[in-house]
Design a protein around this ligand. Structure first.
Ligand SMILES: NC(=O)c1ccc[n+]([C@@H]2O[C@H](COP(=O)([O-])OP(=O)(O)OC[C@H]3O[C@@H](n4cnc5c(N)ncnc54)[C@H](OP(=O)(O)O)[C@@H]3O)[C@@H](O)[C@H]2O)c1
Length: 229
């Protein structure tokens, strides 16, 4: 049997990049998607080159690019076993902070983009009895003061459960990954010491996908040991 195929959006840095490394180590072939193609190509090269990893430029807010990403995955590898809708970013807190343009881009990326990734990959996941994962957040479980970002992650929490309910009985599993603070380029400034590392989340993702077919890890909420809320 051919090695399974793992698609990741937001694979050019942080959690997505770390997950790509762990998935490669576990024997998956990879489809690495984000807007910065140079980073993706370097990572694909590092993780085995064209035979093992495909770099795809994809802005997740564009349906045609998501469709093309899924088509490229199937045309290169012939199957898709895991899709990880992970691309996303934050905004300064406060309903008068940041800018309306930044808000629009964030909502489109975090919510619409994740939904488009589901839409683009679902037919292939149904074919393979595959696994869909979404990166939510601890901020999708509780409201943060003035945080529209938190609202987008509440939407992702709902999306994970909505997808799980739709896919019940199809053989496709759905997992919501909910990190606390992770030291990645998500933050413009250095994070507090004691934060999680991207690889801590990558290992959680690999835990979920390595369970036997009858086990669906629905949610993984992972905080640093010293994060109160
Ligand atoms: N770091 C944390 O503390 C934390 C906590 C909870 C949840 N999260 C979530 O974890 C996910 C990954 O974030 P991270 O911490 O790993 O930050 P990161 O290193 O900044 O990674 C964000 C990724 O999203 C991609 N991306 C952003 N907009 C995109 C778009 N329109 N189309 C395609 N790709 C796009 C970026 O790639 P390009 O710029 O190359 O497109 C990058 O690869 C996000 O959903 C974030 O909300 C992070």
């Amino acid at each position: 049997m051919a090695d399974p195929v793992f698609l990741i959006t937001g694979a050019s840095s942080g959690i997505g990049e770390a997950t790509a490394r762990r998935a490669a180590e576990a024997g998956y072939r990879l489809v690495l998607a984000a807007r910065r193609l140079e980073q993706l190509e370097a990572l694909a090269e590092e993780l085995g080159g064209a035979e093992r990893a495909l770099a795809v430029r994809c802005d997740v807010t564009e349906w045609t690019e998501q469709e093309a990403m899924a088509e490229a995955a199937l045309s290169r590898f012939g199957q898709l076993d895991v899709a990880f809708a992970n691309a996303g970013f934050g905004a300064e807190r406060g309903f008068t902070a940041s800018t309306p343009e930044h808000w629009r881009a964030m909502v489109l990326t975090n919510v619409y983009g994740a939904a488009l990734t589901i839409r683009a990959t679902l037919p292939a996941l149904k074919e393979s009895n595959g696994h869909l994962l979404l990166t939510g957040s601890v901020a999708g479980r509780r409201a943060l003061p003035g945080s529209l970002y938190s609202c987008t992650k509440w939407a992702v929490t709902a999306m994970g459960e909505a997808a799980r309910l739709e896919l019940d009985g199809t053989g496709v599993r759905v997992t919501l990954i909910e990190p606390g603070m992770v030291d990645t380029p998500f933050f413009d400034n250095p994070v507090e010491s004691g934060a999680l590392e991207a690889d801590d989340i990558a290992r959680a993702v690999l835990y979920a996908v390595s369970q036997p077919p009858h086990v669906d890890v629905n949610e993984l909420l992972i905080r640093p040991t010293a994060q109160l809320t």
